[in-house]
Unconditional design. Structure first.
Length: 330
């Protein structure tokens, strides 16, 4: 409860900080000067980190084309495009490129954040690891993302400025800016739901989940956090079933009056469709739904709570004579 109140109070400060938009003249790509401008009006480490995070999220666009190219090539890095000069430190060079182009992928966001923090006298780190993106190729469990840890008043915190900037449309060809402060100083037990670092120390958890626990669980959407889910079943993210089988889903939440629904189509608002039978939505802190496998082409099952998608499961429909091992899809 204390953490919830803390985040709520922090979000109020974020609203004010995000409104202050430090301008950067055309051609000005100096991270040191920008850091000084952004943090000039603030005195505490928290205020300075908030200001840096908010400025990046509100001024740097996500580079959709570069991200698509990186996914294809299996890399997540920015590409410094000027190798003819005397090399400055990599973080500085990448930051200059990001400020000149005003676009970045995760590597550029995280390096710019660290560089601006460095000039503000705030310690931070760039964290590499796997993030559950939900996009194409997301089933390949490998390092595909970078984010940051920052030390504020002697305590380490986690944040992801890339995911705070907005989102990519369903077609994957357009970036939509939508500032989201939920990825600022996210509680470690929530951050681990979709961020798994290469170095387990950066989970900031005493008992982090094992690789199999993280990899085999269902994909958790942001609606999972909004719905305050405390438990769910099935626990594994891949479900094998025969046509005609019934699968029971259940969630428990800190909130009351939760309506649960499961289907192979990712509905967003339960008020826009009729609930088919069989399958009965139940309500309360603990809610369940029974899904019957009757579509042989179904590949994914989406669990919706109160009109928001919270979980996604991989559905493997067995065929007569099949011997299917439980593996993640390629």
């Amino acid at each position: 409860m204390k953490w919830v109140v803390y985040l709520w109070l922090m979000s109020l400060g974020f609203a004010a900080t995000a409104q202050k938009n430090t301008t950067l003249p055309a051609g000005d790509t100096d991270p040191a000067a920008l850091s000084a401008k952004i943090t000039a009006d603030y005195t505490t480490e928290m205020q300075k980190v908030q200001a840096i995070f908010a400025w990046i999220a509100n001024n740097i666009d996500y580079n959709v084309r570069a991200a698509a190219r990186n996914r294809k090539n299996g890399i997540v890095f920015e590409e410094p495009d000027d190798t003819s000069r005397v090399l400055k430190p990599l973080n500085y060079r990448v930051s200059e490129i990001v400020l000149r182009k005003r676009t970045a992928v995760c590597d550029g966001y995280s390096r710019l954040f660290k560089t601006l923090c460095d000039f503000a006298g705030i310690r931070s780190e760039i964290i590499m690891g796997y993030a559950r993106t939900g996009g194409k190729g997301a089933s390949k469990f490998r390092s595909n993302h970078t984010w940051n840890a920052v030390k504020i008043d002697s305590s380490w915190h986690l944040l992801d400025v890339t995911w705070a900037t907005g989102f990519i449309t369903y077609r994957g060809d357009e970036f939509v800016r939508s500032y989201d402060s939920r990825y600022f100083l996210t509680a470690p037990e929530e951050f681990i739901m979709d961020h798994y670092p290469e170095d387990m120390r950066w989970t900031l958890l005493k008992t982090p989940p094992t690789l199999d626990e993280f990899r085999n669980g269902p994909f958790r959407y942001t609606g999972f956090l909004k719905s305050a889910i405390t438990s769910y079943s099935p626990a594994k993210g891949i479900i094998q079933a025969d046509l005609g089988d019934s699968i029971y889903f259940e969630i428990e939440s800190e909130r009351s009056d939760n309506f649960l629904f499961v289907d192979a189509v990712p509905y967003i608002d339960t008020s826009e469709f009729d609930v088919p039978s069989p399958g009965i939505m139940s309500k309360g802190k603990k809610a369940g739904y029974t899904y019957t496998v009757n579509d042989p082409s179904a590949e994914w099952l989406y669990v919706t709570c109160n009109g928001q998608i919270i979980l996604r499961y991989k559905l493997v429909i067995r065929k007569p004579g099949d011997k299917i091992a439980l593996h993640l899809p390629d």
